[in-house]
Ligand binder design. Sequence first.
Ligand code: AMP
Length: 413
Amino acid sequence: MPVEDNLPPQRLSRIVETAGAALTLTAATIAALAPAGAPAAPAPRPAPGRRAPETPYYIMFTSGSTGEPKGVVITHGCLEAFLNWMQVEQALPEGEVFLNQAPYSFDLSIMDTYLALVSGGTIVSVTRHDVAQPKQRHAAFARSGLTVWVSTPSFAQLCLVQRRFAPALLPRLHRFLFCGEMLPHGVAAQLLDRFPEAVVWNTYGPTEATVATTSIRIDREVLTRHSPLPIGYPMPGTRVTVVDEGGRELPSGERGEIVIAGPNVSPGYLRRPDLNARAFFALDGQRAYHTGDWGRLRDGLLFCEGRMDSQIKLHGHRVELGDIESNLRALPGIADAVVLPILWEGRPDALSAFVVMTERGTEPDFDLGNRLRDQLSRRLPVYMLPRQFSFLEKFPLNANGKADRKKLAENLA
Ligand code: AMP
């Protein structure tokens, strides 16, 4: 169960408690077990034979709408189904060098790390500093020998801003694999222009269905035919359907919820029967998952059209706005809170919090906002902290008597 070491201690210990972990390893504990310079102990040989497919293999925690992160259990069978598919589809020879950009706590890292392990490749990790600093990033790329790029589209978009991001810097790079968020048409087009020898793949899937379930190679023809880009065809052995509110399969071309059924679907969230009953079910004898994504099939090709709920992708991070709202409401002096994304070119770029205080003192809005952000930083990771705070006496209400998010969003336009 990989967890980010820079999470606030409170959130980290809740995750560890939920998982009931018997042992935690940190860089420091590992260093203490094997002091630098000490001869390496011989690696224990794995027991012969296969693991039962139902054996849990890893658990990834993701943002949960009630403020509690939820642990997605992935079995050995799930991982095997995903890797077998990718290995055959991508036909990767031995000796590839994969980019590892996603932290290990984000399941995109499974794509690079495990594809490298099963194909006899290498991974090259970029650090947080490399991500933030172009100069350092270019130096890392220059010595990397990268051949297969694995990242969120956001990271590639960030790299494309620099002209140096080109074959002269990465001469062996021949493949881009994207997952985790919408691949903008312009990003794919720019990559094909900049790296004419490379192929670009868009893959789609939630953590709950083991990294990715659909894929498509984005070539010039796909770019000409589709905008926005499709997310692909399902992996063999997996059924992807689009259903209406009653769970009935919709005809081709109609918009509904994307449902995934197959051996790559998780058995559920750890110790959350309440959530599992809503999200997971059985379909024709296979495990199935309600993705919460709007989608549409056209001639067997799948398109993703955004979320049905208030989960967003913020610079590649999966964030439930309800997670931030619950944590805000838990702070002293807050009566109610709504968090909305601030959009840039149609995509979430930052967060804005609307807050009703139980009592409003004389503290200026700016200072109060900073104080709340500081308090929130003890509960939430940095990327989930709102940039903007607005204080209201009460929220405008919609016809259902709930805070009118649409009206509040007008303030962000
Ligand atoms: P995560 O579990 O962090 O991988 O997030 C899964 C969600 O990210 C999906 O349910 C989609 O909403 C979104 N997503 C993942 N891949 C894509 C893609 N290729 N295109 C559009 N949205 C995507």
